[in-house]
Design a protein around this ligand. Structure first.
Ligand SMILES: O=C(O)CCC(=O)C(=O)O
Ligand SMILES: [Mn+2]
Length: 207
């Protein structure tokens, strides 16, 4: 990975999304096209992708996408009855983590990777509000590959906002975003290619 970029990103402008009760900033061209293409190839081939199964209302379901969890060794990821042990940081992940940290001045100790193989892969509406993320988590979400609609839905107001996340973009969700909004990626019948998303997080140790 070329070390271009750590300092260049000070010239990248973020756009604040017009969402009441939230703090969301979008950097459409955070990575150059060349860097985003290279990272996509490296992550497709270099990560041990898994399709997990979860139990919902007593029924087993395969999660409709491939996933991986990487981070510091103490960072367990728990959801829907699953506990994922972190795999270590590798070069592309460390590169992206450092770049996110230097742009926004927050620390991250883990990353969830999701690979949406086609339009049938999706992620249901949810909030990143697990207690171990803390009350006002900063989530740095990097998108590579096909463009998909990312939906925000306010929990109590009839506020809905859809943003198309671009190859090489960065979306930062901070402040009270997770308290007030759900987010997700719907299935689509449009022919769409692979998309990889990485959400960098900070897991607080639990007592
Ligand atoms: O794929 C995306 O853009 C969303 C991923 C997400 O919300 C998550 O990993 O919690
Ligand atoms: Mn999420």
């Amino acid at each position: 990975m070329k070390q271009q970029g750590l300092f260049e990103q000070s010239t990248v402008d973020g756009e604040s999304l017009p969402l009441p009760d939230a703090d969301v900033t979008y950097y459409a061209n955070w990575l150059s096209q060349e860097m985003a293409d290279e990272l996509m190839q490296k992550l497709k081939g270099g990560i041990n992708w898994q399709q997990e199964s979860i139990t919902l209302y007593g029924k087993r379901h395969r999660v409709p996408r491939l996933q991986a969890w990487h981070g510091d060794s103490e960072c367990l990821y728990q959801y829907s009855g699953l506990t994922l042990e972190p795999k270590p940081w590798d070069t592309p992940l460390t590169f992206l983590k450092n770049r996110c940290e230097s742009l926004i001045g927050s620390r991250f100790n883990s990353v969830l990777l999701n690979w949406y193989r086609n339009g049938q892969d999706s992620m249901g509406l949810h909030a990143d509000d697990e207690p171990e993320l803390g009350r006002q988590p900063v989530i740095a979400s990097v998108t590579l590959g096909a463009e998909r609609a990312f939906i925000f839905k306010h929990r109590t107001l009839s506020q809905r906002h859809t943003i198309t996340l671009h190859h090489g973009s960065l979306l930062i969700m901070a402040g009270s975003t997770q308290q007030h909004y759900l987010h997700g990626i719907n299935k689509t019948v449009k022919p769409v290619g692979d998309r990889i998303n990485l959400t960098f997080r900070y897991i607080h140790p639990q007592d």
